[in-house]
Design a binder for this molecule. Structure first.
Ligand code: C2E
Ligand code: CA
Ligand code: CA
Length: 557
């Protein structure tokens, strides 16, 4: 609040603000009012003179210019106007113009003093009013906690800042602000955020308008020319600033997005584009990214993320199942559920929306939806193929949701098969990234008979010895290994090593992405346990899968 007060005094010199706030006007109108006020003094003098002098009530018209001066210039203006008005109606103004009888000194002197008093009191009241008005304006155009100007300020001033569309817009986002707030507390974080604001103002050109959008983001508007000058050095200059909290240097992780001038897009769109570019920079681990049309893709993704809750509600998601074959006897031993989204007139595959959903809590809802659907479909599957297990994929983000885990366990306990035929897949890299939570999450599920599959094994750059630590029953070798097995002899050695190690640790091995017969033979020779891939079947809808299973059972018989 102290900060706001400071700004109030800083701005209170600008007397126009009260005037601006009370009277909607143009610049010319303001000058007309000022000139009128000045002209009123001789006019009142003339009126009083030609209506017979100060013995008549016309002299009270002088209150009008005194009041207006107090309004326009505060108490000093009021006192001065009272003095001028009192003097004009003073020693040179007769009491009665017809007889030319002059006023006694005390008469006009008291009146002058009275005018001055009125000017003083009114001026004082107007000054206080102005201050309150400024305070209100400040609260509207500045952030309450930081005192930094905000978007309202920008909106209010952009008209007088010419040619906004020729300007470059920039968004700066503090990526680790949540960590910083929990580490330092909100007040200390705000101080750091203010330091960042000051740093930004120093590294940016003088005329750049920096304003706060929320507690981890600034938007900036500057000319294209000055942006060109600082473009290559901006990130470096900011990196050179060290931010402190209680003398402890902090690591401020930020990303900057830039949108270049465009005659067709509004400034608001352009700020949004800068946000998207900043988000892109964050994802790509860059300090700075420029918005270009590729980011339209990101915009589209954002829109998609917004549509996901409704899609879930409307059951626009559906599952396809891909069979898993035992290589020893060629029997179907499992199916893997793969989610799809029926969106407008096309089908979206998980890569087009799961990473997006992982950015928000909706990923938990998706997993739960898939889980419920799998349980339901398993009932039907079990009736026609009792030996076939069912697997579903979950995201690393799910590991942090205890209530999701509880719900899953509760649901498993309610089913007849009690988790025995259920497998859950998670990628090796996700497991390695969250080892503690992985352990807790999966061990609980394993206690309920659920089997865990390490998906995309071999892509996580973790050492093979980590296999021992991960709570798993099966490894699924990534399809990059399988598919290139024929072309790259070293891959065969790696697959062999993985299979050996997995078997020694009593884990089963699945090879995914099996597309041709030769590779299948190699995998058999390498002692893989199971295989999955287009060679056997593509992912299919439940009904198609049932037909496929029945045909297979028939041909085996
Ligand atoms: P994934 O778990 O590795 O699933 C295998 C992916 O490979 C599937 O793609 C499948 O259609 C494809 N595939 C299977 N056999 C072959 C083959 O022989 N050749 C080739 N080229 N591809 C094959 P899809 O369905 O697009 O899924 C992609 C990824 O999305 C999955 O990779 C999985 O990580 C994720 N995903 C799928 N469903 C879910 C879900 O319900 N929840 C979560 N969190 N992730 C899911
Ligand atoms: Ca999988
Ligand atoms: Ca996989």
């Amino acid at each position: 609040m102290g900060c706001v007060k400071e700004k109030v005094t800083e701005l209170s010199n600008d007397r126009r603000i009260l005037f601006d706030a009370i009277i909607e006007h143009t610049k010319t109108f303001r000058y007309v009012i000022l000139t009128l006020n000045i002209l009123l003094f001789p006019l009142v003098f003339a009126i009083v003179y030609f209506t017979g002098g100060t013995q008549y009530a016309y002299l009270h018209i002088m209150y009008i210019p005194v009041m207006m001066s107090a309004f326009l210039f505060g108490w000093k203006g009021g006192v001065l106007a009272g003095l001028a008005g009192g003097f004009l109606l003073g020693p040179f103004m007769p009491l009665d113009t017809s007889t030319n009888v002059m006023q006694p000194f005390m008469n006009w002197f008291y009146r002058m003093a009275y005018f001055m008093l009125i000017g003083l009191v009114l001026g004082y009241i107007f000054d206080r009013l102005r201050e309150q008005m400024l305070r209100m304006l400040n609260l509207h155009t500045r952030s309450y906690d930081t005192g930094i100007i905000n978007y309202n300020y920008y909106l209010k001033h952009r008209n007088i800042r010419s040619q906004g569309r020729k300007k470059v817009t920039m968004a700066l986002t503090v990526n680790n602000y949540e960590q910083l707030t929990s580490l330092l507390g909100r007040d200390a974080y705000i101080e750091v955020f203010k330091e960042l604001y000051e740093a930004l103002k120093t590294v940016l050109p003088d005329h750049a308008l920096v304003f706060q959008v929320d507690f981890h983001r600034f938007w900036v508007e500057m000319s294209a020319e000055s942006f060109r000058k600082i473009r290559d050095t901006l990130a470096e200059s900011l990196d050179n600033v060290t931010f402190y909290s209680e003398r402890v240097p902090l690591y401020l992780d930020y990303s900057i997005g830039i949108s270049m001038p465009s005659p067709t897009r509004t400034m608001h769109d352009r700020f949004k584009e800068s946000d998207i570019a900043a988000m892109h920079a964050k994802k790509q681990n860059l300090k700075i990214a420029l918005y270009h049309d590729d980011h339209l893709h990101d915009e589209l993704m954002l829109r998609r993320l917004g549509e996901l809750p409704l899609a879930l509600q409307n059951n626009d998601l559906f599952l396809e199942y891909q069979p898993l074959i035992d290589l020893k006897n060629d029997k179907v031993v499992g199916i893997e559920a793969l989610v799809r989204w029926s969106h407008a007139d096309k089908i979206l595959y998980p890569n087009e929306f799961i990473p997006l959903a992982e950015e928000s809590r909706i990923i938990d809802d998706i997993t739960l939806w898939v889980f419920e659907r799998v349980l339901k479909d398993f009932g039907h599957l079990h009736a026609i193929a009792p030996d076939v297990d069912i697997a579903l994929n979950i995201s690393q983000k799910n590991l942090f949701n205890q209530s999701l885990l509880d719900t899953m366990i509760k649901r498993i306990e309610e089913t007849d098969f009690n988790g025995r035929n259920l497998h859950i897949e998670m990628t090796e890299s996700s497991m390695m990234k969250n080892r503690t939570s992985t352990g807790m999450f999966f061990n609980k599920l394993r206690n309920h008979n659920v089997k865990i599959i390490i998906d995309d094994f071999g892509t996580g750059y973790s050492s093979l010895s980590c296999l021992r630590d991960l709570p798993a029953d099966t490894v699924k070798i990534d399809r990059d290994f399988t598919m290139n097995l024929e072309d790259d002899p070293s891959l065969a050695y790696m697959v062999e090593a993985i299979v050996d190690l997995a078997h020694n640790l009593h884990l089963k091995v699945i090879a995914e992405g099996v597309e041709d017969q030769n590779i299948l033979e190699r995998l058999k020779a390498l002692d893989c346990d199971y295989a999955q891939g287009f060679l056997y079947a593509r992912p299919m809808l439940k009904d198609d899968l049932f037909v496929w299973l029945k045909e297979r059972q028939k041909s085996a018989a």
